[in-house]
Design a binder for this molecule. Sequence first.
Ligand SMILES: Nc1ncnc2c1ncn2[C@@H]1O[C@H](COP(=O)(O)OP(=O)(O)OP(=O)(O)O)[C@@H](O)[C@H]1O
Ligand SMILES: Nc1ncnc2c1ncn2[C@@H]1O[C@H](COP(=O)(O)OP(=O)(O)OP(=O)(O)O)[C@@H](O)[C@H]1O
Ligand SMILES: [Mg+2]
Ligand SMILES: [Mg+2]
Lengths: 165, 165, 165, 165
Amino acid sequence: MELKRLELFGFKSFADRTRFEFDSGITVIVGPNGCGKSNVVDAVKWVLGEQSARSLRGREMADVIFAGSESRRSLGFAEATLVFDNSRGLLPIGATEVEVSRRLYRSGESEYVLNRKPCRLRDVRELFMDTGVGADAYSLIEQGKVDVLLQSGPLERRLIFEEAA
Amino acid sequence: MELKRLELFGFKSFADRTRFEFDSGITVIVGPNGCGKSNVVDAVKWVLGEQSARSLRGREMADVIFAGSESRRSLGFAEATLVFDNSRGLLPIGATEVEVSRRLYRSGESEYVLNRKPCRLRDVRELFMDTGVGADAYSLIEQGKVDVLLQSGPLERRLIFEEAA
Amino acid sequence: SRERFMKTFESIRGHFQELFRKLFGGGKADVYLENEADVLESGIEVVARPPGKQLQRISLLSGGEKTMAAVALLLAIFRARPSPFCILDEVDAALDEANIDRFTGLVREFLDRSQFVIITHNKRTMGIGDVLYGVTMGEPGVSRKVSVKFSDIHQAGYVTDDKQA
Amino acid sequence: SRERFMKTFESIRGHFQELFRKLFGGGKADVYLENEADVLESGIEVVARPPGKQLQRISLLSGGEKTMAAVALLLAIFRARPSPFCILDEVDAALDEANIDRFTGLVREFLDRSQFVIITHNKRTMGIGDVLYGVTMGEPGVSRKVSVKFSDIHQAGYVTDDKQA
Ligand SMILES: Nc1ncnc2c1ncn2[C@@H]1O[C@H](COP(=O)(O)OP(=O)(O)OP(=O)(O)O)[C@@H](O)[C@H]1O
Ligand SMILES: Nc1ncnc2c1ncn2[C@@H]1O[C@H](COP(=O)(O)OP(=O)(O)OP(=O)(O)O)[C@@H](O)[C@H]1O
Ligand SMILES: [Mg+2]
Ligand SMILES: [Mg+2]
């Protein structure tokens, strides 16, 4: 169930539509401090259903919509799309490619789309259940958070193990 | 009130008596992961009166005593000595050089020495009060903790400002 | 469900012991239930002893040692319950060059079953990428993606904005 | 006491605004009382806007931007209430090379009134040292100090055990 590509538009600092095509092996992302690398990681969490603004470094969900800059006005919505290869049928959906999209308007209205058909957040979450993929899985290690498993208490650690089991 | 030197003996990984002479400008300490650099910082905090084992990454104070290694037996006490230049008289003591020593035995017994005279922990703490020097001052930034001032809540931040004021 | 948890747990445990030894070139680590009688509720403990050192609390390990132990545990969970992809955001921040080599060497061994997206500032880590993307902010506040050739990094270490993606 | 706090606070505030601009090459930052009517109890808020970007919550800043803003604030406190020495343990971990240069450049400006002890893995940061110590663990678990010449780092980047201190 490979990640094929991620497209961002209006998501945090990605004011312009930007596409990342992922390699089947190792894709490395580099750039100066503050250029937007961790924002790419936030976008993946977000499109997979992350509902905690805090876990995206914000305080309210609208914080992920491009807020403008010296040279640009703010935008009216944030959008991210993640495309998976499903040729091995690991995702319980009848298609060899799975495209998940999420859009958030400043009004607070949200849209979710699965292979071009509107759906609900829970449909997205249920799709990825049992695949080890998810906004809070152990497969996504955020900046500064690598030690969490070691520093947390025995019971917190258990929760992460349970997710894997 | 310059730092002149630090001597460690039996403190954490410093099983052998080791001396660091500090430059009046910038002293840089380098070395591989786990070699003992942060232990040097812990020693400075400790000799200045740090009483929280947790803030020295341990759970009880005895954790700072050399615990042995593959090739060495554990030691019976930990000792650290910090020497300051006091030629400008910033420290309220009648000497141009100030030497502070702390020793902790496995029994839990502690010794503090100020210019070769035994004293109590509070004498050490009082000596450094109002100098901006101390185990928990803003002048000692621990590994992984540089953001603390930014991440903490407004009231926590206030406590740090008050210490400076 | 109790059996399923224990099966995964034992698998993680075995992998952790092995991956720790691999990353540290020796030493010993383990993960176990605090209360073996209470499989469904018990917290999980972690112990780790780098080669040649004495077994002590994990909190006493250095910054880089904690990262390496955490990576061993995370990849152990990964191996027990493979996730299709793994995103690592600057997990190498605390590592010295020798440890970065061990870390990147281990990531390569996981390529047969997982895809990686790695964010880094380190040239050695960049070296294992099959594809390299740069993110820049030529226009302040607006992120852009550029493709980076390996020859670019070794000269400047940095991605300049005049490349098109 | 209320006056004394406000005097120091205003001093920190002024320095922070200036040091932030210096470290970021522009932009704007401020520190202020949450409740100006309650000087003795009020929490303290921090805002920061890197050059060209929109003012947003400080939590949305990148890892490196947070480090730079935190350094500006810490050095502002330092300048308002000078401490005789400052110990920095790997504060450059999240910084890219350009920011490391700005950070080290700023540290140099503080040398007229403060002494620094800096722990780092970064070659550029090592470059500003007047004295360079290496810590090694040739004998596992036992730390040793060695003197390092600048010519040693540029070749190997690492300190080998066969040097005597
Ligand atoms: N909604 C938004 N609109 C515009 N800009 C935003 C928004 N949210 C975050 N940003 C900006 O994105 C930048 C942070 O990006 P990010 O965390 O991805 O940086 P980074 O490349 O990971 O840097 P580092 O190497 O320091 O970790 C910040 O400067 C922040 O101001
Ligand atoms: N009481 C003790 N006896 C023996 N060794 C100890 C003791 N306390 C800590 N250590 C060892 O000291 C090492 C940690 O040292 P330290 O944190 O100074 O490393 P470091 O040089 O800062 O590394 P890094 O670059 O990874 O931050 C650990 O391996 C730990 O096991
Ligand atoms: Mg980042
Ligand atoms: Mg350290």
